[in-house]
Design a protein around this ligand. Structure first.
Ligand code: B3K
Ligand code: ZN
Length: 859
């Protein structure tokens, strides 16, 4: 497959201002008739043909300006038509089989309903069309089908007409007045019911809201609807963005390749991000639903009204929209806790990506398969880059920048450069060299030295951006650092400062410090970098106890643990260093357990130990076995030292009744965290406590937390409760997904055997992406099982990739990155990982998706 390059962008020679789509719907036979109004694009090259993308389609009939045409040609799946004049009408008829579509791209069948997924290049599996985001058209959609099979017929925009036809069939017509690219097209036909509500926009538009689900799921839609209304209001208040159609529809689908999709006026969601009630969804699920509902809704402006010129600009909509959903959730959940969680995700997923063979800039320069670039880098690092602009400009100037951006580019297909320029003009920033954040990959490292002499503290900062594939040498990037210098005696500081490290190195002097101050830096994680400094244990304990920036406080706690574990799992620690390290951590954790000023949600964040992937990231070459043993060993030791306090916390939290407020959610969070520490200590006692938590649970958060602890323990209670959980929830696919995941990510020594058994379970299927991810993503993220020394874990994942690739290439390719980390793993395991990648590479008929990822991973 060819390499597609950003620099080769050319406008399409034709405009397609209008398209009419006519669907004759059937699960295994759908006829699509599309009528395109085309006109020459004055900005494009002159052409005497038009190339309409297709993927697996053949034209049944073609007509231009009403006259049948036979001198067309097929080229690599595309349809090429001769076109001589300046304006034409093209009609093409195709036939597709949705029930045979296991890739879940284009029009497919799920649970007896029909639905679509077009981003990025799925529309070409439905109709021949210039399937690229810079061709904007208004859509008129007519669909007809069996009334019993498809009582509900939905598409983008507003419903304009519907009626009965012969033989128990009916039809509906939809019109979307907003020009959009083909990737935002959507259609749904099925037996669905809606939770309905209304929203009045700030301009007085009355919007009908519907969340469409299967009838039995209706009781679980309240949270999604409430989240939607909050998101609509928030976007008006925070960004001045108003909704622009008379209806907004959300449909939940059980078979879906990702989280959700922002199709104009008709968002299609994975059921996982819609359905919730206390019995079946955890607090984490509630938060994720609110975040994803917000995210897709916010795309209505950042993505739909202003879309992307080409797929290299993906972060224009994704990075910005992730930032918007983070700010939305933070306003509802509390800023510090949300920030800590977002940074945890960035560090555990994006940092490894940025330091491995798949590293790419947030605006990539080339790709073979765009589906492979829906990454944590484009999304999460993309959000961080825009967040830095906001930090440098301040919230008000930033808002002026986004207002100008929306104003300037409404109705256009824009570029990242357009966003940056609007931000410069609107927010009054100079983003000259800051643009390097768009073009350079790799996580910058900033080394920090603090010198103290006389009354002056001198800070020396040096940045280094490591080489990444295709980018051996880097230039310095502006790095905004929020910092404060604490007076050791009073425990206060004279105010936070924002320093932008523009060059490779900078030295800054601070006067008025008779004693050496304690430095708090990169507060709030003001830049997505890693800080390298030799902070003393005392300084970290000081900050962990009293930094007034809650993020920085959690960070000091993390640094204390990371420093200890990396040393222990790396060059090793002598007995006295080990003891001192453990004591400092126990002291800090004891303070966290007892600090009555902390609310439990924040206490929970401070109790979370750094993950094994992030620890591995701190080492040039990691031994996953040693990291795991050290981290578990530390937990065991802490459980021994702080057992009484952990049990007290557990019982205090257990007394708080179920509610959705901060206090009750905090209680549930610390309850399960306390349990997970205790499970590392006295296993029998912990199994008993976990079984009691399980039996007493009146909600999924407590039940899942208890089962998670039990899954790691060898006890009769483990088996009993696993069976109970399955029986209780066997009819709910989303909860059965949890049942698979809990076993695949468990600390049980035989976890890998459990995974082998589960892939033969009658409820396991390669046809459902949620189920595949529930078992295998959980497993690939479980270091002690995945990195089994024999290499069996790698073989399991490689087997999955090979089995899944012909069925669902996009999902299969997502499992390559865990194997691609081999260069950073000790040589024994690295060779086994590489061998599995080579085995995949040698397989005939590999998809473009998987081939690209495997080849890049082998480098
Ligand atoms: N824009 C979609 C993602 C589409 C992924 C296609 N492989 C969902 C989102 O980011 O909101
Ligand atoms: Zn998105």
């Amino acid at each position: 497959p060819p390499l597609i390059r950003r620099e080769d962008y050319r406008p399409f020679p034709w405009l397609v201002p209008e398209i009419v789509l006519d669907f004759d719907l059937g699960l295994d036979r759908t006829i699509v008739r599309s009528t395109l109004t085309v006109a020459r694009n004055a900005r494009g090259d002159r052409a005497d043909t038009i190339r309409l993308n297709g993927d697996g389609l053949s034209p049944r009939r073609v007509a231009i300006d009403g006259a049948p045409v036979n001198d067309w040609a097929m080229d690599e799946g595309d349809l090429v038509l001769p076109l001589a004049g300046d304006a034409h009408e093209i009609m093409i008829e195709t036939e597709i089989d949705p029930s045979a579509n296991s890739q879940l791209m284009g029009l497919y069948a799920s649970n007896g309903m029909l639905c679509t997924q077009c981003e990025a290049e799925g529309f070409r599996r439905i109709a021949f069309f210039p399937d690229r985001p810079d061709v904007l058209s208004t859509y008129r959609v007519r669909m007809e089908g069996s009334r019993t099979q498809f009582p509900v017929l939905l598409s983008n925009g507003n419903a304009v007409a519907h009626g009965e036809s012969d033989d128990g069939r009916h039809w509906a017509e939809w019109h979307d007045p907003w020009p959009k690219p083909s990737y935002l097209f959507a259609l749904v036909a099925g037996d669905l019911v809606a939770r309905s509500d209304r929203f009045t926009t700030m301009g007085g538009r009355e919007v009908a809201l519907n969340v469409w689900v299967r009838e039995e799921d209706l009781p679980r839609t309240e949270h999604a609807m409430e989240s939607l209304k909050r998101a609509m209001k928030w976007d008006e208040d925070a960004f001045g963005r108003e909704y622009d159609l008379d209806q907004f529809n959300i449909v939940a689908v059980g078979d879906f390749n990702m989280g959700a999709m922002e199709n104009k006026g008709l968002n299609i969601f994975n059921t996982k991000y819609v359905l919730a009630d206390p019995e079946t969804a955890t607090d984490g699920d509630y938060d994720a639903i609110e975040g994803v509902i917000g995210h897709e809704y916010f795309h209505n402006w950042s993505g739909n009204r202003v879309t992307c010129r080409d797929w290299f600009q993906l972060s224009l909509k994704e990075g910005f929209t992730v930032l918007r959903d983070q700010l939305f959730s933070q306003d509802l959940q509390g800023e510090a806790v949300k920030r800590i969680e977002d940074v945890r995700v960035l560090r555990s997923v994006q940092f490894p990506e940025d330091s491995g063979p798949l590293a790419h800039p947030i605006r990539p320069d080339s790709f073979r398969e765009i589906s492979n670039f829906y990454t944590a880098t484009v999304y999460n690092k993309g959000a961080e880059v825009i967040r830095m602009m906001r930090t440098m400009a301040g919230p008000e100037a930033f808002r002026a920048g986004t207002d100008l951006y929306f104003d300037r580019h409404d109705g256009e297909a824009a570029t990242c450069e357009d966003f940056v320029s609007a931000m410069e003009d609107g927010a009054g920033l100079d983003l000259g060299t800051f643009r390097r954040w768009y073009s350079q990959a790799g996580t910058p490292k900033v080394s920090v030295e603090l010198d103290h002499r006389g009354n002056t503290a001198t800070l020396t900062l040096r940045q280094y951006v490591p080489p990444t594939p295709g980018q051996p040498a880097k230039q310095p990037m502006p790095i905004p650092l929020r910092l404060a210098l604490f007076d050791r005696a009073s425990g206060t500081h004279a105010g936070e400062q924002l320093i932008v490290l523009e060059d490779a190195e900078a030295t800054i002097a601070f006067d008025g410090f008779a004693e050496r101050p304690v430095l708090s830096i990169n507060r709030g994680f003001s830049a997505p970098i890693s800080i390298e400094r030799q902070a003393s244990r005392d300084d970290l304990v000081f900050l962990a106890a009293r930094d007034d920036d809650a993020f920085a406080r959690a960070e000091a706690m993390q640094e204390l643990v990371v420093g200890h574990l990396v040393a222990a799992a790396g060059e090793g620690l002598d007995a006295s260093d080990r003891q001192q390290g453990q004591d400092a951590i126990a002291e800090a954790l004891a303070a966290v357990l007892e600090d009555s000023r902390l609310d439990d949600l924040m206490r929970g964040e401070l109790m979370v130990l750094p993950g094994e992937a992030y620890l591995a990231e701190q080492m040039l070459v990691a031994d996953p076995g040693r990291i795991h043993r050290e981290r578990e060993g530390l937990k065991r030791w802490l459980a021994g030292e702080l057992g009484d306090r952990l049990r007290t916390l557990h019982s205090r939290a257990s007394a708080v009744p179920y509610a959705l407020d901060r206090k009750a959610r905090g209680a549930r969070k610390v309850k399960t965290l306390a349990l997970s520490y205790l499970a590392a200590g006295d296993r029998e006692a912990a199994a008993e406590l976990a079984a009691r938590q399980y039996d007493a649970a009146d909600n999924m958060t407590d039940r899942q937390g208890a089962l998670m602890a039990l899954c790691g323990l060898d006890s009769a209670a483990r088996t009993d409760r696993l069976i109970d959980f399955y029986r209780r929830h066997r009819s709910n696919a989303l909860v059965i997904d949890k049942w698979f995941s809990l076993q695949a990510m468990s600390l049980h020594p035989a976890a890998i055997e459990h995974v082998k058994a589960l892939r033969e379970h009658q409820d396991f299927t390669l046809r459902n992406p949620n189920r595949v991810r529930a078992l295998y993503m959980a497993f690939a993220g479980n270091p002690h099982a995945f990195h089994t020394e024999s290499g069996e874990g790698y073989r399991l994942v490689a087997d999955l990739i090979l089995d899944l690739d012909p069925i669902n290439a996009q999902t299969a390719a997502r499992f390559v990155p865990p194997l691609g980390r081999w260069r950073r793993i000790e040589p024994g395991r690295a060779a086994l990982m590489r061998a599995e990648l080579e085995r995949i590479a040698a397989a005939p008929g590999l998809s473009r998706d998987t081939r690209e990822q495997v080849e890049r991973s082998l480098g």
